[in-house]
Each structure stands twice: as C-alpha cells, then as structure tokens.
Design a protein around this ligand. Structure first.
Ligand SMILES: Cc1cc2nc3c(=O)[nH]c(=O)nc-3n(C[C@H](O)[C@H](O)[C@H](O)COP(=O)(O)OP(=O)(O)OC[C@H]3O[C@@H](n4cnc5c(N)ncnc54)[C@H](O)[C@@H]3O)c2cc1C
Ligand SMILES: Cc1cc2nc3c(=O)[nH]c(=O)nc-3n(C[C@H](O)[C@H](O)[C@H](O)COP(=O)(O)O)c2cc1C
Length: 766
C-alpha cells in the first residue's frame, strides 16, 4: 500500500509510525513544508494516562517520550497580588520540538520516508498517486479547504487573541496562570515548564485589549517587549522568546474551533487538527491527534476496505473528540468571559478557573487537594456568615435576604401539582409541601399560584383570590413553620395565553377539551394553532390584573409566607410582555426592552408597595428564548435582570425557555446555570440557578464558583423529598438534622454512607 501523510506534525508522524508497525511493507511518505527542526510552538501537555494508551500502540516511542517528560502536580494562580496553589493535578509536558524529533527518529527507524521542505499544493494530485492520503496538515489544512464541499468544515474563530512564547524563567512544578491588569485591560499567561530550562508562556487577552495595545501592527519583537513589561515581576529578568520567526507579522492568533461533518472522502482521511481542534487551555490537541492516528492505522490495517475503515474511524473517534471539544469549549468560553470574574475574591476566582471545563467536580477537587478545598469551603462559609472555622460543604452555608435567613442553599423549585379544587389547595398540598419542608431544603417554593380564576393555567392550579384559598395555604405555611426550619416562598403568576389548558399529565399547554375560559395576553398571538387566540390587554385590563397581583400578595403575606416570587418566566403573562417573540405591541408596552419591561416592573412596584419591607421578593425570568436574536438572548437577560435589580428585586431566579413553540433548547447537565452565572457576575445581583442540577456535587460547584447564590432542584424533589438530608449523609455532614421522629433512619443512612466512603477509599488504594 502506498500512503502519503500530508503534514509532519504529531498526527502525520504518528500515523506513519502506527501504520508501518502494522504493515511493514507499506510505502509511507510524510510530506512536511518545514525543515525537521523548524517547529512553531514550545511545550505541549500530555498525561501519563495518554502515554499508557500510546504504549499499547508503540512501546518504543512511548518510552522515548516518557523519558523526556517534565512532571508537575500543582496549579498556581496569580491574581490581584495573591498566589494560590492547589496540588494533585498531575500533568506532564514535553517540548513540541523534542516530541517531533522523537517521532521523526522512530518513523525513520521503521522505514518511513520523511520529505521535508516540500509544500503540498494540492491534495488531489496525491490522491491520484497514492492508495491512501492522510491529510494531517494542521488547523489551517489546505486539504480540508480543497475538498470543503465533502468535509463540510465548520470553523468558529474565537474572540481572544494569543501568542505562543517561551522563556527560561522557571515555574517549578506548577502549571501557572498569571492575570495582570494593564492600562488597556487584562492580559493573562498560561505558563508551564517542559524541560529543565524552558517553559511555554502563552500570552492571551481580549481582542479589545489587543487592539488597544496595537499588537497587530507590532513586529514579534515589539510584542515580546510589551509582554515582558506586563509580566516583568513574574519573569525575574528572563526574556520571553519566540520561535515563530518563519511566520511573517505579529504571530498573534485567534483560536479556530474546527469541526467537520465528515472526516473522509474517497481515499483521503482528515486527521488531527485538520479534522477537529481543542482549545489549548485544556491541553488536549496533541493527545487527540496521537490517539486518532493510532485508531486510524488500526482500522486501515484490519478493515477490508478503506471505506469501512473510514466509516468506523469516524464512528469510533467522533464521540471522544466531541467530548473533549465540549470541555475545551467550556474552558475557552471561561477565558473569553474572564473579565466577568475579576470582581470575585481570589479564592472563588481560583475555584472558578479550576472547574471551568466542567470536567473537574467539587469532590474531584477534594481528591486532588483536600486541604485546599477545605480551606475554600471555610472561606465560603465565613463569607456567608457561618461561625469562624466552619468546615461544611457550600450547600450548607446560610443565606440571608432582607430578614429571611435560610439555613442552607438548597431550594425546592416551584412545581405545579394540578391538584387544587377551584383554586383551593387540598390535603395533597399539605402532605406534598409538608414532606418537602421536612426534607432539609432551606427554602421551599409553592407552585405558581394564580392571581385570578382566569389567570390559572389549568383547572387544577391553585389561587390566591378567594377566602378559602387563604385558609388552606395558611394551614400549610403554619405546618412548615411549626414543624420544620424551612422557609417558604409563594410564587404568584398569571397564565396569559398559556391559560385554560389541561393538567400536566393530560397534555401540557393543550386547550381544555371543554370548559375553556377566555384568555388575555400582551398581544393577540396564540400559543399554538390549537390554542385559543388571546385578547391583547387594554390599559383597563392591565389595571385589573395589577390589582389582582397586589391582592394575591396581600393574601400570601397574611398566610405567613416568608418570601414572594413574581413569575415572569416560561411564557406566562408577564414573560410574554418581556419577550419580543410574543410582544408585538406598538404602544409604550412593546418594542424596546424598556417598553417591554414597563408592565412587569409596574407589577413589581405595586406588589413591593404592600409586601412587608423585611421580606424579600424574587422574580423568575426566562433568560433565553432559545430562538437566537429573534428572542431574549442570555445577553439581553442581563439587561432584564439589571432593570429588576435597579427596581429593588432582591434575587433573580434564572430559568429559561418555554416562551415559544419555536424554541430549540440545548439541554445538558446544569444547562441553564451559565445564564445565572452571567447575570450574577455581570450585575452583582444575587441569583438562583435551576435546570438539570441533580447531584450534591453540582450544587457545591455552582455555589463555590460563584455561579449562583441559591440552587433550585425541581424534578429531583418530586422523587425524593429528602434530597438535601440524603446529600448531607453522603457528604458526611452531621449538622443537618433529620426530624426527631426520623432520627434512627438518619443514623442508619449516615452509617451506610460512611461505610460506602470507606470502601471507595479502599478501592482507590487497591
Ligand atoms: C498555542 C497553542 C498551544 C498548544 N498547547 C498544547 C498543549 O499543551 N497540549 C496539546 O496536546 N496540544 C496543544 N496544542 C495543540 C497542538 O499543537 C495541536 O493540536 C497538535 O499539534 C495537532 O497535531 P497535528 O499534527 O494535527 O497538527 P500540527 O502540529 O499543526 O502539524 C501540521 C503540520 O503540517 C504541516 N503543513 C501544513 N500545511 C502544509 C502544507 N501545505 N504542506 C506541507 N506541510 C504542511 C505544518 O508545517 C505542520 O508541521 C496547542 C496549540 C496551540 C496553538
Ligand atoms: C411538574 C413540574 C411542574 C412545574 N411547575 C412550575 C411552576 O409552577 N412554576 C415554575 O416557575 N416552574 C415550574 N416548573 C419548572 C421547575 O421549577 C424547574 O425550573 C424545571 O423543572 C427545571 O428544573 P429541574 O431540572 O430540577 O427539574 C415545573 C416543573 C415540573 C417538572
């Protein structure tokens, strides 16, 4: 078999080696435009685990690489004059040049022809001459562009600018991040040692800062001088160096995230950065290139045809590549948005940095560096007002809003039960909410409770509009206050165009089979073609509904609720004012955001007027309509939250979606938390995160990273009212108390958790 590898980077060389090992008779040539030692870049990060995988493919090159590894265990973060070090991270690195030299040597030894200083002009010519062409020509792959109609690349050029430099300054055994504030904005460095006397020093900043410095117009040497000045106190007089002299211009880059719909066409396969890139901040590009090269060689060797080999290559490698790309995207977005986090305390900033890719969880950090994590937990507790020296998980930190004191940060999110009769809560509600209040969460929400009969979503929704409602709710609130330490929040709302629909299990948002009542909304747009057309509200309607909100809030106060939430999310009445997908008014309540917010703010002010000064009010919003620029975007949600914040709202409950049938949400673990993070850290407003958060680890990491102040769990509380107390048992927390009659059960679950933890620790030692 005649094989051409276009590009002599890690991917091309390692494929050639892996193929030659399997098929010594194959004629393999690697074609590289540069000279053998003419390589851009400094060190690359790999891991012991990657090398173990590679050793199974070729023990010789793996051993050679391992013998040149520099190991380091710590991550050091320099931020606002502090240096924070955590340990247990276990990286290793090698010079890129060294790596390529070792791979070149191994390839030569196996009989691969290495043809340097040869520029590939056209992949088509090689595809004619060779049986197999492996296009491993890097992130700007010419082969990929030439056959773009087949590979369908999707290239997303990211916002930050970076330059890959080196230095002889020592960073010891720490992967080091340095953040420096300059006259033109923040600039940061990712630095790590990769041999005895050289370290990689990648300098990065926002495009805006880069423009202000004028880096684009500078020569490489001029850029370096500016960077040396910025990082002078970390360089101890050592110079920053470039080895990209073969590149004309400044050598600053914008990272292109490359995805390709297909990785093969006829006898050509894309490999390494040509097929998919992973941002350098998670250091996995070389790992992906090497592992994919070995996999492709194995399949080409074992499969009967190239076609089936390529099909399996794409199938088997794509999942792993997408997994790493997703972590890389989280990480690069963190750096793109890093200016948002500069107000954080260094401890929290560091935690946020360490958990940015969402691959490292709270408990995973404990395994890496218990002392550091406990210290961070102590900092969190103290800041929350707990007694000095408290060492408990962040979810068990107290929280205060006005005079309401919560014993912990877990919230039972509002969930419609559809069990009310004519708006009156029943014994179902007493038992349901009673159980959840006993379950340990600091704050318990009742479901959306409607301000009028027409404002109900379904006939099973409860209300705050008749005397019997007040009696029934008061009974529930009294139980919660008498028997538990939980605080209880009333969510009040009006269904708008999503009203007069069936109870959840008979078809969410479907109109009633009979007995429909007329519905109101901001505009006369129905929820769907099946639903009735609402009447667009007149000013008189607005006055009426505002007064209904006020009366409902008064009733909630008389019932003894500790907190009130105005429901302005999920496409119900107030939400439909805010979002342009439902609001097409041309008066002062439609058009600009200021106009769209006018009525929801009017409601808030009217309610705040009568709601006791010492009790907090929250607003729930949909921070993303999931329809792109046509609707509310996470960016616009920051403005929405800011307007509520300026009006005096105490906390923003950050949900998303359900505002239009056209929404295309992107689900996943904690998928709405980034919206809360953004609002909290761009406005300074307290927030609650919600949405597919189901493990104690999620809650703790959201809180300690400063992505929210409270964490709401809905569905997990449907199946387990005792979610919080179980979490306490699993984390070894003995302070959270089970209700007295349940103490024996609590003791048992704690002992079982301790035993499970001991066994897990033993497994780790073995
Ligand atoms: C700043 C930075 C830091 C990084 N840090 C890390 C890290 O710490 N760890 C890590 O694992 N990865 C890191 N990476 C990523 C890593 O360098 C790449 O993912 C990896 O090199 C991919 O290997 P490759 O062989 O596919 O591409 P490349 O290494 O880019 O190799 C492609 C080769 O093809 C050659 N070539 C291109 N076009 C032609 C042509 N027309 N004719 C002939 N030859 C051609 C090029 O000269 C080059 O030698 C980093 C990348 C950057 C930009
Ligand atoms: C059965 C059910 C009923 C819900 N009812 C309400 C409600 O009345 N008010 C509200 O704001 N959200 C309501 N939600 C949304 C939840 O509060 C929460 O935002 C959503 O379920 C995502 O959280 P989770 O992934 O923890 O379930 C409801 C969710 C469920 C599952």
């Amino acid at each position: 078999m005649k094989i051409a590898c276009l590009g002599g980077g890690p991917a091309g060389l390692y494929f050639a080696i892996s193929m030659k090992l399997r098929d010594p008779n194959a004629e393999i040539v690697v074609i590289e435009r540069n000279k053998p030692d003419d390589t851009f870049g400094w060190g690359v990060v790999l891991s012991d685990e990657t090398l173990t995988n590679l050793a199974a493919n070729d023990p010789v090159s793996a051993a050679a690489i391992r013998s040149h590894f520099a190991y380091w265990d710590d991550i050091a973060v320099h931020f606002k004059g502090t240096k924070t070090v955590s340990t247990g991270h276990g990286f290793c690195g090698i010079g890129r040049k060294q790596l390529l030299m070792l791979l070149q040597e191994r390839a030569r030894e196996l009989g691969v022809e290495l043809r340097f200083q040869t520029h590939v002009e056209s992949v088509a010519a090689y595809a004619e001459e060779y049986d197999l062409v492996v296009a491993a020509d890097g992130l700007n792959s010419r082969a990929r562009s030439e056959v773009a109609t087949e590979f369908e690349p999707d290239i997303d050029v990211r916002a930050c600018k970076f330059v890959w430099l080196g230095t002889h300054q020592k960073f010891g055994d720490a992967f080091t991040f340095i953040f420096e504030e300059t006259e033109h904005g923040w600039v940061w460095a990712h630095a790590y040692q990769f041999d005895n006397d050289t370290a990689t020093f990648i300098v990065e900043c926002s495009a805006e800062t880069w423009e202000k410095f004028g880096f684009g117009e500078m020569s490489q040497q001029e850029s370096i001088e500016v960077c040396q000045r910025i990082f002078a106190k970390h360089l101890d007089g050592h110079a920053l160096m470039t080895n990209a002299n073969h590149i004309r211009g400044s050598a600053w880059l914008s990272f292109p995230r490359v995805l390709c719909k297909r990785w093969s066409y006829r006898n050509i396969a894309l490999l390494g950065d040509a097929a998919a890139t992973a941002h350098f901040s998670i250091g996995s590009g070389t790992k992906l290139a090497l592992e994919s090269a070995a996999a492709l060689a194995e399949l080409v060797h074992t499969e009967k045809t190239l076609e089936t080999a390529f099909a399996r290559y794409e199938d088997e490698r794509r999942t792993e590549v997408l997994r790493l790309q997703s972590a890389a995207r989280n990480s690069l977005e963190w750096f793109e948005d890093v200016e948002r986090y500069f107000e954080l305390d260094p401890v929290q900033f560091n935690y946020s940095l360490l958990t940015r890719s969402q691959r490292i969880s709270h408990e995973n950090l404990r395994l890496r560096d218990k002392a550091w994590l406990e210290n961070a937990e102590g900092w969190f507790q103290e800041k929350a007002g707990a007694a000095q020296g408290t060492r408990r998980a962040p979810m068990f930190a107290p929280f205060r809003l006005r005079d309401m004191e919560l014993k912990n940060r877990v919230v039972v999110s509002p969930m419609a039960q559809y069990k009310a009769v004519d708006g009156t809560p029943t014994d179902w509600h007493l038992v349901h909410y009673g159980e959840r209040a006993k379950g340990g969460a600091g704050l318990l929400y009742i479901e959306m409770t409607c301000v009028s009969p027409e404002g109900r979503i379904t006939p099973g929704c409860p209300g705050f509009y008749a005397p019997e409602h007040e009696v029934a709710w008061k009974r529930i609130v009294d139980f919660v206050h008498t028997e538990t330490e939980a605080k209880i929040c009333a969510q009040i709302g009006h269904s708008g165009r999503k009203g007069s629909t069936r109870v959840g299990w008979e078809g969410t948002d479907k109109p009633l089979k009979n007995g429909n009542w007329p519905v109101l909304s901001v505009s006369d747009l129905p929820w769907s073609s099946e639903n009735q057309t609402p009447r667009a509200m007149t000013r008189a309607d607005m006055d009426l509904v505002r007064d209904q909100f006020v009366a409902a809030a008064e009733m909630a106060d008389r019932c003894g609720f500790d907190m009130l939430e105005i429901h302005a999310a999920h496409g119900y009445l107030l939400s439909s004012f805010i979002t342009p997908v439902t609001n097409n008014r041309t008066d002062e309540y439609g058009g600009s955001l200021e106009n769209r917010m006018r009525y929801p703010l009017e409601i808030y002010h009217a309610v705040r007027e009568i709601w006791p000064e010492n009790k907090p009010i929250s607003v729930r919003i949909s921070a993303n309509d999931w329809v792109g620029e046509k609707g509310v975007t996470p960016q616009e949600a920051v403005e929405v939250a800011k307007m509520f914040q300026q009006a005096g709202v105490d906390i923003c409950d950050v949900s998303a979606g359900q505002t239009t049938e056209l929404a295309r949400p992107v689900y996943g673990r904690m998928f709405q938390t980034p919206f809360s993070d953004r609002i909290r850290n761009e406005t300074g407003m307290a927030t609650m995160a919600v949405g597919n958060i189901y493990e104690p680890d999620h809650v703790n990491s959201i809180l300690l990273a400063g992505r929210a102040d409270l964490v709401c769990l809905a569905r997990p509380h449907l199946t387990d009212p005792y979610w919080t107390l179980r979490a306490a048992a699993s984390l070894g927390d003995t302070v959270e108390a089970w209700p007295d009659p349940y103490l024996p059960g609590g003791d048992q679950i704690r002992r079982l958790a301790e035993r499970a933890a001991e066994m897990a620790a033993q497994d780790r030692v073995v």
